[in-house]
Design a protein around this ligand. Structure first.
Ligand SMILES: Cc1ncc(COP(=O)(O)O)c(C=O)c1O
Length: 382
């Protein structure tokens, strides 16, 4: 079995498991003032410090959520609620569905949303951003750190400088940046979304990092948890697991190893066949992702063949695979619907080594040759 879908999720690490087991023994409610509660609160605050230390931010700025999707929704709705009607948001066409699907609510609340386009490499244009900031004067700019489908990285430090010049706030969805890019690249934003299950933590837990002084109205009520920023008894097991995953990650992970393995994979694929193109190849990308179009072959055909061989990859993002609509990210980059349906995402992680990428490359090259030969035979017999 070769798992090459680490952008969808990652397996639970031993570090995460150890802290989750520990948290089951300390099962009190962190809001209780007795000893059981105090022990659970200690665990929670320990995890907050672990997560904060990975990003080098103040632990008090970390608000735990149910994942990256909630953090994204909270960032957008919380700011929109704070500004009230007349709120203006600038975002891009390639954001995660948790951003896209929140936008209709923003407009329903009397806000206005405008979009930055991306070029065929999936990159934004800083001049367009500059013009939009000057003309539209958004209260909030929301741009992801790295794209989950193509791996393309947006220039967050330059975006932040421009936003600050124009007194706009910046939210960045750093779910795919966490652990794959130096945190100094994205942690300066006013609001930063992260998720545990992309760095070997449990699913269903993440955080919104809220830089001190950033105004945000709470979107969750019911108690004074998370310094009144998210009501509701905390998911202590999940949060402890997030902290444990972070601790282990900081000890073990070396992102540069993945880059050389990914580059080796891409060069094997390029040498092994014609008629492929790698999305966003000319732009900075996170080191573990290759989104490859196999011209003339629907991605499901390759996914199905690889699945039978025990190789697990995905077409577009996990959230949009299973639905037949082509990826909005690839369409925004100017690919036709058919071209977008021919793209496969390979995303590598901790269990990946040179042997595994070589095996995947050989297997894909053989399948592509077989499928293309069969297609040619079919078209010549018509
Ligand atoms: C870029 C990006 N943002 C947000 C999310 C959502 O995170 P979660 O699964 O924790 O809700 C994902 C998950 O795939 C993602 O890739």
């Amino acid at each position: 079995m070769i798992y090459a879908d680490y952008n969808a999720t990652t397996p639970l690490s031993d570090g995460a498991k150890a802290w989750m087991i520990k948290s089951q023994e300390l099962w009190g409610n962190p809001s209780s003032s007795h000893r059981y509660g105090r022990k659970a609160l200690e665990l929670l605050n320990n995890a907050r410090e672990q997560v904060a230390s990975m990003l080098a931010v103040n632990p008090n700025d970390v608000v735990f959520t149910s994942g990256g999707s909630e953090a994204n929704t909270m960032a957008l709705l919380g700011t929109a609620l704070d500004f009230g009607p007349g709120f203006k948001l600038l975002t891009s066409k390639v954001e995660h569905s948790s951003i896209r699907d929140t936008l209709p609510l923003i407009t329903k609340m009397g806000g206005t949303v405008k979009f930055l386009s991306v070029d065929p490499n999936g990159q934004i244009n800083l001049n367009e951003l500059r013009e939009m900031l000057a003309d539209f004067k958004p209260h909030l700019v929301s741009l992801m750190t790295a794209n989950n489908e193509t791996g393309v990285v947006f220039p967050v430090p330059q975006v932040l400088d421009l936003c600050e010049e124009h007194s706009s706030m910046l939210h960045t969805d750093a779910v795919q940046g966490l652990g794959k890019l130096d945190p100094s690249f994205y942690r300066g934003a006013h609001l930063v979304s992260i998720s545990a299950h992309k760095i070997y933590g449990p699913k269903g837990v993440g955080a919104l990092v809220i830089r001190k002084g950033t105004k945000l109205t709470s979107t969750h009520y019911g108690g004074s948890q998370e310094i009144k920023r998210r009501g509701g008894t905390e998911n202590v097991i999940g949060i402890a697991g997030f902290g444990g995953a972070v601790e282990e990650f900081m000890r073990l992970e070396r992102p540069s190893d993945l880059k050389s393995i990914r580059d080796h994979f891409e060069s094997l694929m390029g040498r092994g066949m014609d008629g492929i193109s790698i999305q966003g190849v000319k732009e900075p990308r996170i080191p573990n992702t290759s989104n490859i179009r196999f011209h003339g072959i629907a991605s499901e055909v390759i996914l199905g063949a690889l699945d039978l061989d025990g190789i697990f990859v995905s077409a577009g993002s996990a959230c949009s695979s299973g639905s037949i609509s082509p990826s909005h990210v690839l369409l925004a980059m100017g690919l036709s619907e058919q071209a977008a349906r021919e793209c496969v995402r390979f995303s590598w992680g901790r269990s990946t080594n040179l042997n595994s990428v070589e095996e995947v490359a050989q297997t894909v090259i053989a399948h592509v040759a077989r499928i293309r030969a069969r297609n040619e035979l079919k078209s010549s017999s018509h």
